[in-house]
Design a protein around this ligand. Structure first.
Ligand code: ATP
Ligand code: MG
Length: 413
């Protein structure tokens, strides 16, 4: 991609009405634009990152036996009445049709999926079943000041599992714990598995919490990694010595990037979702649900990986691997060299953003590199001659390398 053609440009100044770091940097970097409070458009750079995150999640859900589906955003009101959530789900957007019908605008999908599964399964042989989607959710959130950390419209992965008994559910819950750890690790985040309350569904759930000042939650945790509970449930106090001798427990602010939840038979009862067991007897299906905020994850990565100059994307989710900066492009030899390197990198399938602008200063181009946050900055100028000047976004050191060396470094990503 040539920067001169890219839809969405960088900006030197912070947007006026944003307070969060993620919104400021993502808007200045040309990744997103605000529509209204809590609702953002994704520009090409932003969509590439969002899609990379979604694909990591997708791969890991598939590895855990999940089958991908896509459910409706407009949902049947009567199913929401059946579960009692038409009136009790505070953040529910209700949409009125011209034709005397009302819909829920999906904030979550039990009310759609459970009746759907009921149509298609009947026997113990159909279980276990694990279904997920990556889809836009709508919630009328009271606070929408955290950029894409808390949207009124946002992208979520929601997986629902269906089991013949608690024992089978417990086994899958463990599989999902492992899967979740893998997802967040691959996204460059250290997410702390945290015990939390189960709300109206069950005694407990688990949240995946990333330490960040911007977080709206707080946890008490052991830096040794063997204990973490959400402060809303826990009776444990900060400063208590860890049982395993890792020192005092700490209280920190965190962002919840995902959670996993036993649903027991809460929704199978509401919709009479049963199966015939081996003896031909009807039994209620046992369920679990497992969410990841995909767009929140993107915002969290920015909150964690940035400095005063801009974003520092982990390679796994970066919009491009190489930010190729052409300087002195009015010189035909330099321009020719830069175009050749750009073409060669593309041929090698290395993701490259080529800053091909003429009459833009080196300082301005470097500032944009730091703001956009692509892992490798590669400069071609009069001074570099037939070499390439390379610098990692996360490091200070500059090196001179050849094109084959650059291909070797970046091809593995
Ligand atoms: P929170 O406590 O932050 O409101 P939640 O408990 O309502 O989250 P779930 O309904 O379980 O969250 O949704 C699953 C995941 O979706 C959350 O772990 C979070 O990562 C993400 N998420 C929830 N609400 C939002 C939102 N308004 N904007 C962006 N992501 C969200
Ligand atoms: Mg919520």
């Amino acid at each position: 991609m040539k920067y001169s053609k890219l839809f969405g440009k960088t900006s030197k100044t912070d947007p006026k009405d944003e307070v969060s770091v993620n919104a400021k940097l993502l808007m200045r970097g040309g990744f997103i634009r605000k529509e209204v409070a809590g609702v953002y458009n994704f520009l090409p750079l932003g969509l590439i990152v969002l899609t990379k995150i979604a694909n990591i999640v997708r791969e890991e859900m598939n590895n855990a036996g999940g089958q991908e589906i896509l459910l409706t955003a407009l949902q049947n009101k009567s199913n929401w009445q059946k579960t009692g959530r038409w009136d009790s789900f505070d953040a529910l957007f209700k949409v009125e049709s011209r034709y005397e019908a009302e819909y829920a605008l999906g904030p979550t999908h039990e009310e759609v999926l459970v009746p759907l599964v009921k149509q298609l399964i009947s026997s113990y042989k159909d279980l276990p079943l694990s279904l997920y989607q990556i889809q836009t959710k709508f919630r009328d959130e009271p606070r929408a000041k955290s950029g894409i950390l808390r949207g009124r419209e946002f992208l979520m992965k929601d997986l629902y599992s269906f089991h013949s008994d608690e024992g089978d559910f417990d086994k899958y819950y463990k599989v999902m714990k492992k899967t979740y750890r893998e997802v967040f690790k691959r996204c460059g985040l250290d997410a702390i598995e945290t015990k939390a309350g189960g709300g109206s569904f069950s005694k407990f759930s688990h949240e995946y919490q990333v330490i960040a000042e911007a977080g709206e939650d707080e946890i008490i945790y052991c830096p040794g990694g063997d204990f973490s509970e959400n402060v809303e449930i826990t009776e444990v106090k900060e400063g208590k010595e860890c049982d395993l001798g890792h020192g005092p427990l700490k209280k920190v602010k965190v962002i919840e990037v995902g959670n996993i939840f036993p649903l027991k038979t809460r929704f199978s009862e509401a919709f009479d979702l049963t199966f015939k067991d081996k003896n031909g007897k009807d039994q209620l299906v046992v369920m679990g649900c497992y969410g990841i905020g995909i767009s929140r994850l993107m915002g969290t990565i920015v909150e964690v990986h940035h400095d005063e100059r801009g974003i520092i994307w982990p390679e796994s989710v970066a919009p491009f691997q190489v930010h190729l900066v052409g300087l002195d492009l009015e010189n035909p030899d330099v321009k020719d060299h830069a175009e050749k390197v750009y073409a060669e990198l593309q041929k090698e399938k290395i993701e490259v953003l080529f800053d091909d602008r003429e009459n833009t200063s080196a300082g301005e181009k470097f500032a944009d590199c730091d703001l956009i946050g692509i892992p490798y900055r590669v400069v071609i100028s009069k001074k570099t001659e037939d070499k390439l000047e390379i610098k990692k976004r996360s490091e200070k050191e500059i090196k001179f390398i050849t094109l084959p060396e650059l291909i070797k470094i970046t091809a593995s990503n």
